[in-house]
Design a protein around this ligand. Sequence first.
Ligand code: FMN
Length: 170
Amino acid sequence: MKIAIIYTTTGGTTRECGELLARELSGQDVTLFDMDERHDLSDYDVAVIGFPIRMARPARRAKRYIKEHKGELLTIKSAYYMCCGFIDFADEYARQALPCELYESALDITCLGGSLDPARFKGFDKLIVKSVRSEILGGGNNGDQRDDMALPTILDENISQLADLIKKSV
Ligand SMILES: Cc1cc2nc3c(=O)[nH]c(=O)nc-3n(C[C@H](O)[C@H](O)[C@H](O)COP(=O)(O)O)c2cc1C
């Protein structure tokens, strides 16, 4: 089974999750692509599309990619993962990213976690990440970490579950 993992990223976390997923799929024929790298979906049995969330929206590059490749994605198996800061909104973000037919036919749509490490970002993005991070870490009444929010991390368990679903789909 040939699997393509196709991601776009700003801070590198979506790529890192793609790499971890590829490692979990070891033994399979897996290729990892940046969305802007040349590839042909018709060469693959499964496409896994990864994208980050920015300003409550799926990355624009990913929305465009999914729209442009909708027809091909419907002819093979597809799965989708996102990286974000607020996992509770993952389904809302997925519905924005995917046309109904892809949402309904996906092998899996999941959140693999995220990172709010300012060192991963530059310029405006770094400022936003620092501000959200300090809201989470210092936003409690006593200046303590809020107990209703936590800094996101990469969710290894969700990566394993996604890998298992892909392997079972053969
Ligand atoms: C400018 C900016 C805006 C963001 N907005 C959101 C958001 O609205 N919701 C959310 O859950 N995460 C948000 N995040 C967090 C990112 O989704 C998270 O840092 C993710 O790990 C980024 O993935 P990447 O490193 O692959 O770009 C935002 C991050 C940045 C830099």
